[in-house]
Design a protein around this ligand. Structure first.
Ligand SMILES: C[S@@+](CC[C@H](N)C(=O)[O-])C[C@H]1O[C@@H](n2cnc3c(N)ncnc32)[C@H](O)[C@@H]1O
Length: 344
């Protein structure tokens, strides 16, 4: 290849931009982890006050604050004083739609170090990058380590909070009026289901998740009288309901487990029940998000982000067939609705 191939200024800038990605996300993570966004007041706050409040080294913390300003998360004024930008406000832990949990679940060392194992994993296959790094799988870890489970469950809840608006929009024309009981299988702390119950007051809901999962968000959304959290194993059985949701679940698992989960749901589900599978799908639309989300899956679990056809094949194996697919333009939300396949 000649030296000039691909060496235009734009191509170089684009590669360098990708290279710097880690610098940005880790600067953001350091700000969240240290509580910087909670320490900046409504009035411009001197860097020295922030350092004292958070018990930080004044010299080093000023460097971090200055970098957060360059990312438009803080605004630096005369005399080393800082205010929050609208983006920085979203990183306060007391913001009702705080993104701090999302930042943690993507950027904390437990989730970042497995990425270093990806080249070996791609060369050799075998244990997932997360297992290579931590010696056990992600869900073994959440079951055994309460501190890690808190990081994971609150991060997922925060991510789901961000996604719920988009999911409800994609489902805006969905007929929930004829549904009475929704079971969210592996629903975590139940943010999405509780949001749905808040939107449709006639619905009852059950969240099934691992027994170690606690902290149903129902009281926060005012639906505690209609929503229950049940501890269990989706590979064994699921509660009976007329709609099931599986949001960001199947992409955690290999093909055999995918079929097993949907077979279990099929056994418990009444004949006219349907399942809404909600997760990114690799397809012609949706830009780079599903493919990069797939790399995040590669780093942490045995599953993958699948194409529509891959879903259709596995669904057929588990005795389900597709009724409809709805998607937004961003590639973040696709909803595949399925019903029991009719016996031939
Ligand atoms: C990626 S999270 C998705 C959580 C939730 N659906 C959401 O989108 O916020 C996967 C969930 O699967 C749950 N899970 C893993 N293994 C499970 C099992 N065998 N039975 C039930 N839930 C399980 C985890 O505890 C976790 O809450």
């Amino acid at each position: 290849m000649t030296e000039s191939a691909g060496s235009g200024a734009d191509a170089v800038r684009s590669v360098m931009d990708l290279t710097y990605g880690l610098w940005r996300s880790q600067t953001l993570y350091a700000g969240v982890e240290l509580g910087v966004f909670d320490a900046v007041g409504e009035e411009p706050t001197p860097a020295s006050d922030i350092a004292e409040d958070l018990d930080l080294d004044p010299d080093q913390s000023y460097r971090l604050l200055r970098a957060l300003d360059s990312l438009d998360l803080l605004d630096e004024r005369e005399g080393r004083e800082f205010t929050l930008t609208p983006e920085g406000t979203l990183l306060r832990s007391d913001h009702p739609a705080s993104l701090s949990g999302v930042v943690e679940i993507v950027n904390s060392p437990d989730f970042v170090t497995p990425w270093n194992q990806i080249p070996d994993f791609v060369r050799e296959g075998g244990p997932t990058p997360f297992e290579r790094e931590h010696g056990e799988g992600l869900f073994e870890r959440t079951s055994e380590d309460p501190e890690f489970a808190e990081l994971f469950n609150s991060g997922m809840s925060s991510l789901t909070q961000v996604q719920s608006e988009a999911i409800l929009q994609v489902l805006a024309d969905y007929d929930f009026e004829s549904v009475s009981h929704v079971c969210d299988v592996a629903g975590g702390r139940g943010y999405m289901l509780c949001k749905l119950l808040a939107e449709f007051p006639h619905l009852e809901g059950t969240v099934l998740d691992l027994p170690s999962t606690e902290g149903l968000v129902a009281p926060k959304l005012g639906v505690e009288d209609r929503c229950t959290l049940v501890g269990g194993d989706m590979f064994e059985s699921v509660p009976e309901a007329d709609r099931y949701t599986l949001k960001h679940v199947l992409h955690d698992w290999g093909d055999d487990e995918y079929v097993q989960i949907l077979s279990t749901v099929r056994e418990s589900a009444p004949d006219d029940a349907r399942v809404l599978i909600i997760e990114p799908v690799v397809g012609p639309n949706g830009g780079d998000f599903p493919k990069l989300y797939d790399m995040y899956m590669m780093s942490s679990v045995e599953g993958r982000v699948r194409t529509d056809d891959e879903h259709a094949d596995l669904l057929a194996e588990a005795g389900w067939e597709r009724v409809s697919t709805r998607a937004d333009d961003s590639g973040m939300v696709t909803v595949i609705e399925v019903e029991k396949a009719r016996e031939e």
